[in-house]
Unconditional design. Structure first.
Length: 401
C-alpha cells in the first residue's frame, strides 16, 4: 500500500473558508490573535529509558507559536501553530549513538472549527498535525520508548443533528497517520467511522450509544486488522463537575491467519471539574481537577504488540491569588499483552508537579519535576527516569472586533 504523505490542514482551511464565505459570517465575527513563546531548560536522567546504560541529557527547548480564534454567534474556529526546537547535550547511548545527534526541529499545528448550520444541525472539522521524537503521542496508551522522529496527523470531519424532543444523532470520520521520517518504525494509517445516538434525560443528564469501526494498516510486517467497538455511556453535569461513565465491547480481527483474534470488555469512568468563573480563560483556570479510569486496547501495535491497558490518571491545579499557581498529575497503567509476547505484563507509574509565578499578566516562570518508572516482565524493558525543568512562557492577546 502506498502511504499518503500529504496532510489535511490545507483541506480543512479551504473548506472552512468556503463555508464562512457562503454564510457571510466574517462581517459579524471577532478575531483574537495570540502570539506565544516558551523557552525551557530540562535535565533528564534516562533519556533513552533503558534498564541499563542510563544517559543523562540536558535539553534546551524553544517553542514560538501563534493562536488565532474566530467567533461569531454560530461559528467558532481555533487555529494554533507552534514551532519546536529541541537541542540535546549529553553522553552516548550504548545502542543509540551520540545524544547530540537527536537534536531536531519539530512542531505542531491544529485547527478546530464548529458551525451551527441550522437550529438543529452542527458541523465540525478538526485537523491535528505533529512532528516529534516524543514517543508518548504514538498511541493514547503508548508505552513506547524509542526516540525516532515521526509525524502524526488526524483529520476528523463530524456532524451532530438534534431531532428535538431530547434525541440527537452524531457521526464522524477520522483518518489518522503515523509516518516515521527515517523508516525506523512501521508507518501506520487508520480509517475510522463512528456513529452516536444521544438521549437527553434532562438539561444535565444524557445517555448515548456509540458504535465505531476502523481499519488499521501498516507499511511493515505487522498484520493489518479490523476493529469494532460498541459502548453505552452516561454523562451527568453537576455544579462544578461533569461525570461520565460507560462500558462496551471491543473485538479485533487480524488479516494474518496465524494470529488469534482478540476481544474484551471496555469501560471508563471520568470526572472533570473546573471553576465556572474561569470558563473562558483556558490558559489560567483558578482551579481544576480531573480523574480518568479507562480500560481498552491499544491501536498502534508495531510487531503485533497489543495489550489490554487499564489506565488511572489524576490531575489537578489551583491558583493562589493573582500570581502563584500549582498543578500536579499522577498516572498508573497496567498493560497485559495479548499476542506478542502474550506473557508480558507492564506496570507504568508517572508523577509530575509544577509551580508557576506570573511575573506579569503575560509572562510566567515555572519550575517542574517528575518521575517515571516502568516495571516489566520483559527482558530489558524496565527503567527509571526523572526530570527537572525550568521554563519561561510569554503570550499576548491582540483581540479586536
Amino acid at each position: 500500500m502506498e502511504r499518503r504523505r500529504t496532510y489535511c490542514t490545507t483541506i480543512v482551511l479551504a473548506a472552512l473558508a468556503a463555508a464562512l464565505a457562503a454564510t457571510g459570517a466574517p462581517a459579524e465575527g471577532r478575531f483574537t490573535v495570540t502570539p506565544h513563546v516558551e523557552v525551557s531548560v530540562e535535565r533528564e536522567s534516562n533519556f533513552f529509558r533503558t534498564e541499563n546504560n542510563e544517559v543523562g541529557v540536558t535539553t534546551l527547548n524553544v517553542s514560538p507559536g501563534i493562536q488565532v480564534i474566530y467567533k461569531t454567534a454560530k461559528t467558532k474556529v481555533t487555529a494554533d501553530a507552534t514551532l519546536e526546537r529541541h537541542d540535546y547535550n549529553g553522553g552516548t547511548g550504548a545502542y543509540y549513538g551520540s545524544v547530540n545527534d537527536y537534536s531536531y526541529t519539530g512542531g505542531q499545528a491544529s485547527i478546530n472549527a464548529t458551525s451551527q448550520v441550522t437550529n438543529r444541525l452542527t458541523v465540525g472539522l478538526k485537523d491535528a498535525l505533529r512532528v516529534t521524537e516524543d514517543p508518548q503521542y504514538i498511541d493514547s496508551f503508548s508505552n513506547e520508548v524509542g526516540r525516532e522522529k515521526y509525524t502524526t496527523n488526524a483529520f476528523t470531519p463530524n456532524l451532530y443533528y438534534d431531532f428535538g424532543n431530547k434525541f440527537g444523532v452524531g457521526a464522524r470520520y477520522q483518518n489518522s497517520l503515523i509516518t516515521y521520517n527515517e523508516g525506523y518504525g512501521e508507518d501506520y494509517s487508520e480509517n475510522r467511522g463512528a456513529f452516536n445516538l444521544f438521549y437527553n434525560l434532562n438539561r444535565s443528564t444524557a445517555v448515548y450509544l456509540d458504535y465505531e469501526i476502523w481499519k488499521g494498516e501498516y507499511d511493515g510486517p505487522s498484520s493489518d486488522y479490523m476493529s469494532n467497538q460498541v459502548s453505552l455511556n452516561a454523562s451527568k453535569q453537576f455544579s462544578y463537575f461533569t461525570v461520565t461513565a460507560g462500558a462496551g465491547y471491543n473485538w479485533r480481527q487480524f488479516d494474518e491467519s496465524g494470529l488469534n483474534n482478540i476481544d474484551g470488555i471496555t469501560w471508563k469512568i471520568m470526572i472533570d471539574g473546573k471553576d465556572r468563573k474561569d470558563e473562558e480563560d483556558t490558559r489560567k483556570p483558578r482551579s481544576f481537577v480531573g480523574l480518568a479510569l479507562v480500560h481498552d486496547l491499544n491501536n498502534y501495535g508495531s510487531g503485533d504488540s497489543y495489550y489490554a491497558a487499564t489506565r488511572l490518571e489524576l490531575k489537578g491545579g489551583y491558583r493562589f491569588g493573582p500570581k502563584l499557581s500549582v498543578q500536579g498529575a499522577a498516572l498508573y497503567q497496567y498493560s497485559d499483552y495479548q499476542l506478542n509476547p502474550s506473557n508480558r505484563v507492564d506496570n507504568l507509574y508517572v508523577l509530575s508537579a509544577e509551580i508557576g509565578y506570573d511575573v506579569t499578566d503575560n509572562l510566567t516562570v515555572s519550575l517542574a519535576g517528575g518521575y517515571r518508572n516502568q516495571d516489566s516482565d520483559a527482558v530489558d524493558q524496565s527503567y527509571d527516569d526523572t526530570f527537572l525543568m525550568a521554563k519561561v512562557t510569554y503570550f499576548y492577546d491582540f483581540g479586536h472586533k
